[in-house]
Design a protein around this ligand. Sequence first.
Ligand code: FAD
Length: 470
Amino acid sequence: MAASPDAIVIGAGPNGLSAAIVLARAGRKVVVYEAQSDVGGGCMSEPLTLPGFVHDVCSAVHPMGVASPLFRSLPLGEHGLEWVEPAAMIAHPFDDQPAAIAERSLADTAARLGSDEGAYRRVIGSVVEAWPLLEDAILAPPRIPRHPFAFARFGWEALKSAERLARAFTGIRARGLLAGVAAHGMVPLESPPSGAIALVLGALAHARGWPFPKGGAQQLSNALASYFRSLGGEIVTGRRISNVDELAPARMIVCDLSPRPLLAIAGHTLPDAYRRKLERYRYGMGVFKVDWALAAPIPWRDAAVARAGTVHLGGTLEEIAASERDAWQGRISPRPFTLLAQPSLFDRSRAPEGRHTAWGYCHVPSAATVDMLPAIEGQIERFAPGFRDRVLARHVMSPADFERRNPNLVGGDIAMGVTDLRQMLVRPTLRWYRTPRKGLYICSASTPPGVGVHGMCGYFAAKAALADAE
Ligand SMILES: Cc1cc2nc3c(=O)[nH]c(=O)nc-3n(C[C@H](O)[C@H](O)[C@H](O)COP(=O)(O)OP(=O)(O)OC[C@H]3O[C@@H](n4cnc5c(N)ncnc54)[C@H](O)[C@@H]3O)c2cc1C
């Protein structure tokens, strides 16, 4: 173990690596300890199925990565990161109507939504237009925004549920498209902040895109790690920290951990009242995920779906809302809303010549043990008959598999805590990155601005640590 670093970061996920970079750029000597054999946490790629197929184990599509003010300020291109933008961002097929497609262009997207063209421009377009003024406030902890009028206008709409926002639309295609985007938030579509999630992710499709890192999510993590090392930072992989007392003395210990694993390694050093607050932090629904190696592209009934990097499978708003409500209330949905990515259509490095990969998951109740493979494949077959005939191999991950791999994901909750209005603000407590123990910080997605590969939790945690050390 390196002697006397200024700062130790526990965990080399996107936020841990980001915190490490910000600390190293401030001239601190930083060591990162990572339990897994490689860096990346929720942003890794592995050959999960067959040789030559590159699968994203967790994150695949990175609207917040490409929008991240931190990532955009780093020379990640020089360290191997290349974004691949699919021909279209999102496809949302229906049983008996043409798919709704979120193109990179707002105007093209709206124009194909028929009578909802004007409403789409108004609801999503207003956020797209204001995005440059909003970005700093949205990818940050709650604070007085630099552009209060733009933020107030956004906030007024964002406080609505997705179901309420969708009332602006009359057609099932625009309503379904909005619901699919909102359902990324893992909260019921009838309650806020599902509307905020729909507005932010929906606007990002046009403002910044929904790209993949070329070669897989791992390439983004590798670029962060490479840049950190170029600043003199050290990363030790394959080293799980089981007790903060085992660490060399350091002025700052920054934990890329959600509350439960933080309690496991540092709970004994924290005051009772704070510990109880962390114990009360609420984790949400889990996910069941499948990766496929395919002999050929997915045979979508509507060929336009093959233009999109991300596909939302769940039909109407009503059906998607029912599926999300089921997972939220502890029931298994018979037709689960399924999120799918098809990166190899746009990045030939993901699979052997002529072959393809797909990545998909659905939401399930926390820690559910039900095998969702048939239901997920049923949703794909519904919109792409003959899909199963193209499967060469599959790899499945249950909520327990996710938690075993990474203790941050309690019950398979990939968001590291429910993102309802309360836990957007109190994340994981009102201290956010700071703990009552001097020099101990939290930088994971269980702090603001929360879930996603953007590194901004790490950025703000490192800034807090540096401010305290001055
Ligand atoms: C299935 C799935 C799909 C997702 N899809 C997307 C997506 O498409 N787009 C997107 O933007 N986001 C997505 N996410 C969310 C995204 O992955 C997370 O929000 C993000 O990774 C959080 O980063 P983090 O650095 O806070 O934590 P993590 O990524 O969890 O990193 C924490 C790291 O700490 C390590 N660690 C834990 N305990 C210890 C210990 N005791 N000692 C040493 N190391 C330890 C872990 O091994 C891990 O590497 C997805 C997540 C999952 C699981």
